[in-house]
Design a protein around this ligand. Structure first.
Ligand SMILES: Cc1cc2nc3c(=O)[nH]c(=O)nc-3n(C[C@H](O)[C@H](O)[C@H](O)COP(=O)(O)OP(=O)(O)OC[C@H]3O[C@@H](n4cnc5c(N)ncnc54)[C@H](O)[C@@H]3O)c2cc1C
Length: 308
């Protein structure tokens, strides 16, 4: 049984390990553009606290190298279609075609930053998106919360767990209601509604934020609400149903709406997740996939017993 996994982040890597150990032929495709490539440290993954994302992947590949039934392709899968009742056809960007019996989509998500000048120089270094990932290192600092959406109060309440010195920036866009403003005031959060003119700092370390209204606010780090989207169109090409919140719909065990296609990791939810959860999703989808194959064998045996 040939199983193709598309995406070599924590979800795809852990799925590959489980499927290799279940003795399948595993083809792992990865174009090495993970969302967390911008950051130097991955937190909250037990036994791997603070590891560099690149090192995490290196270790995972070392482990997968022990299995001769795993083949890794450093390639972008540009199309995925059902070729026959049994097979899926994958095509890479460079035109390589591969048939697989089962597919596991572990493509993660893509994110776009709000339009703040120079933000990409700080994102992943002193400005982050997930307080559970990076809040601890920013404890008790004067922090910026940059959000253009309607989540300002919830975000400030969460980040308040790590620091009480909070400055909320709506970048001239967020629509704070009077109730929001009152809640923020009660939490002691300073509100800045003018667009952000510049971020000041060096080597990715933020020192201050300058607004279009001319204010300069000292902040040494903070959090940004980013915009998330699918990492590609493979699920749509295959006809997979999308979930209401935007991810690829799955049945709670990693099966998508298309028979033979499974999903794991951030691609399931289009929302900020954690590496360990993605890895766990990969394990769950891999076990589901294998159990579905076991069940198919059992059904065949039962049918032949009934015929005889
Ligand atoms: C700045 C930042 C900091 C973070 N910090 C932490 C942290 O401290 N702790 C933590 O637990 N989590 C952290 N995260 C979140 C964590 O990185 C993700 O939740 C996790 O990586 C998701 O794993 P995944 O396998 O689903 O997707 P990803 O890790 O994004 O991997 C998906 C892979 O699929 C590949 N891919 C996509 N499409 C294709 C295709 N068509 N063909 C081939 N390959 C493809 C991509 O290149 C990528 O390598 C952070 C995220 C960001 C952005």
């Amino acid at each position: 049984m040939v199983i193709a996994i598309i995406g070599g982040g924590p979800a795809g890597l852990n799925a590959a390990l489980v499927l290799a150990r279940a003795k399948h032929k595993v083809l792992l495709f990865d174009n090495q553009k993970p969302r967390n490539a911008v950051t130097g440290h991955m937190h909250g993954f037990i036994t791997r606290e603070g590891i560099a994302p690149a090192k995490f992947r290196r270790l995972a590949h070392q482990e997968l190298n022990q299995f001769s039934n795993v083949k890794v392709y450093r390639a972008t899968v540009s199309s995925a279609t059902r070729a026959s009742e049994r097979h899926f056809l994958l095509e890479t960007k460079r035109g390589k075609q591969i048939l697989a019996d089962r597919l596991l989509l572990a493509t993660g998500i893509k994110e776009a930053l709000p339009a703040v000048p120079g933000l990409s120089q700080y994102y992943g270094r002193s400005l982050f998106s997930c307080p559970y990932c990076d809040g601890y290192e920013l404890s008790n600092q004067s922090l910026a919360i940059i959000t253009e959406g309607g989540n300002a109060v919830a975000l400030a309440a969460t980040i308040g767990q790590w620091s009480r010195k909070l400055h909320l920036f709506t970048n001239g866009r967020g629509s704070l209601t009077a109730a929001d403003k009152e809640m923020l005031r009660l939490m002691g959060v300073a509100i800045h509604t003018s667009p952000i003119h510049a971020l000041v700092g060096e080597n990715g370390k933020l020192r201050a934020i300058v607004t279009a209204s001319g204010q300069r606010i000292s902040c040494t780090g903070g959090f940004v609400s980013t915009y998330w989207m699918h990492a590609g169109s493979l699920a749509q090409q295959l006809g997979c149903r999308l979930a209401e919140h935007g991810g690829i719909w799955q049945d709670g065990h990693g099966r998508t709406s298309v028979a033979g296609v499974y999903v794991a990791g951030d691609a399931m939810s289009i929302s900020p997740a954690q590496a360990v959860l993605a890895a766990g999703d990969g394990v769950r989808a891999a076990i589901t996939l294998n159990q579905d194959l076991v069940q198919r064998r059992l059904d065949r045996h039962a049918a032949s017993v009934r015929r005889s």
